[in-house]
Design a protein around this ligand. Structure first.
Ligand code: 8GT
Ligand code: MG
Length: 138
């Protein structure tokens, strides 16, 4: 039998909203949340029975009052990354079309950032390689 991971595996789905100028929306995790102060792509945990796309639509609605259509979500890359207390598996979608104006419903700071400037923002460990992929492949 193969050994199991001693840490829980967390399935998260995230989305890079891209505006007409090619800037990417990132959010700073607010005080009181795990990894507070780190910048990340909006999104959250995939709930049982949800697809990653459904999770992104729900999370963007909850966190930003933004409505992307599911077919506007394009798979871009994924990470499988060990943190000290859990292991995260997270697909990142790209989205260029949505309804509404992003509003920080959880008190999170928002920033529209050019891909070349992503390195100026301290991102969670799992996101560093995604930011590099965006720089290289977008
Ligand atoms: N949303 C999001 N979470 C990320 C990213 N990178 C990363 O390591 N995570 C981690 O994934 C975990 C779950 O994400 P989350 O806190 O957004 O989940 P959620 O919206 O369901 O939060 P909640 O439990 O407060 O409702 C957190 O520990 C978060 O730090 C990212 O780019 N976006
Ligand atoms: Mg979240």
């Amino acid at each position: 039998m193969t050994a199991r991971s001693p840490k829980p595996v967390l399935f998260v789905a995230a989305c890079a909203l891209l505006d007409a100028d090619g800037r990417i929306l990132i959010a700073k995790r607010p005080e009181g949340k795990a990894m507070a102060g780190f910048w990340e792509f909006p999104g959250g945990k995939i709930e049982p029975g949800e697809t990653p796309e459904q999770a992104v639509v729900r999370e963007l609605r909850e966190e930003l009052s933004v409505e992307p259509c599911e077919r506007c979500l394009h798979p871009f890359a994924f990470v499988s990354h060990p943190y000290d207390d859990f292991h995260i598996v997270m697909p990142l979608f790209l989205c260029r079309t949505w309804d509404g104006f992003p509003h920080p419903n959880e008190g999170q700071e928002l920033a529209w950032v050019r891909k070349e400037r992503l390195r100026d923002y301290q991102m969670s460990g799992a996101d560093v390689s995604l930011a590099a992929e965006l720089r290289d492949r977008l």
